[in-house]
Design a protein around this ligand. Structure first.
Ligand SMILES: [Zn+2]
Length: 304
């Protein structure tokens, strides 16, 4: 059984598996961190699967699970679903910026996070453990994971996400750059995605170049993205980012699939036109292995 939320006594914080994953990669949760169930009157110990795996796809993703079903209390609705409404119909929420101190070592960070709920309320058994509330995400990778799942479940056109002050469907938000006309889209902030090649730069950063192009006049333009060492070093989840990118370079020769939440940018009056995506916040880029192309292919909707 896959469980989405748990309490970590180490931080006295109720958190999602995605958040536990980020904290682990920010060196704020131990490899052997313990978690407990959020169910009413339940204190079943949980473990977080895939916590230390840099890559993510449909099969590999962080989630909580208990070792034994018997560990859960009789009253636990997580283990013994009482048919309570889930957050299914609410839009997911993508926050463009993290709360200040989101990665503080202490529990104070939890208070600033609208997605976090003080663990105590549940531990006292006063409230129910499964109040429906929207999922809040900060890393684009979490949204990409949802995109893959909705695509598999064939409900991209119905599932919505609240992003940049608008509520949009996953279908409208995610756009493949392939052969779209660049100049028509310069004002369009979306999650642009496509296959790309990745390499490390001499300066300790990374350079990405899409292998599929935008259209421009009679030609084609392959957008590029530069991630500087300076930006990466200032990024709290840098260990995960570097582990993912280095793994792709080592194992796939830099062949990858990039997702970036940005607007395409072109210089005005350049002699030779080009397109770039500027990533000011490294939470807004996700780079994955080519195996997800297989997942995308296998789950592509009828008629596309
Ligand atoms: Zn439980």
């Amino acid at each position: 059984m896959s469980i989405e939320e748990a309490i970590t006594p180490q931080r006295n914080e109720r958190l999602t598996a995605e958040r536990a994953y980020e904290l682990y990669w920010a060196d704020l949760l131990d490899h052997d961190a313990t978690f407990t169930c959020v169910g009413t009157g339940c204190s079943a110990p949980l473990i977080c699967a895939c916590l230390d795996k840099p890559e993510q796809n449909l099969r590999i993703r962080p989630y909580f699970r208990s070792r034994r079903l018997e560990d859960h209390a009789e009253s636990c609705e997580v283990a013994h679903g009482r048919g309570e409404p889930t957050a299914g119909k609410q839009p997911d929420v993508f926050e463009a910026e993290r709360p200040a101190d989101h990665f503080r070592a202490t529990t104070a960070a939890a208070q600033a996070d609208p997605a976090a709920v003080p663990a105590r309320r549940v531990a006292t058994g006063a409230g129910t453990g499964l109040k429906p509330r929207p999922s809040h995400y900060y890393r684009l990778s979490s949204l990409v994971q949802k995109f893959l799942e909705h695509r598999r479940d064939k409900d991209l056109a119905e599932a919505t996400v609240d992003i940049g002050g608008e509520t949009v469907t996953y279908e409208a938000l995610f756009r493949n750059i392939y052969r779209q006309k660049a100049t028509d889209l310069l004002g369009t902030r979306a999650v642009w995605w496509g296959t790309a090649s990745l390499r490390a730069t001499k300066e300790g950063g990374y350079y990405l170049r899409f292998s599929r192009p935008f259209r421009h006049d009679d030609g084609e333009l392959r957008p590029t993205i530069t991630l500087t060492a300076k930006d990466i070093d200032a990024y709290p989840v840098r260990k995960l980012l570097r582990a993912r990118l280095d793994k792709l370079i080592a194992e796939a020769d830099g062949y990858c699939v990039v997702f970036v939440w940005a607007k395409p940018w072109m210089p005005k009056d350049a002699e030779k036109p080009f397109v770039r995506f500027y990533v000011n916040n490294l939470d807004h880029i996700d780079v994955r292995g080519p195996e997800i192309l297989e997942e995308l292919k296998n789950t592509s909707r009828v008629g596309t």
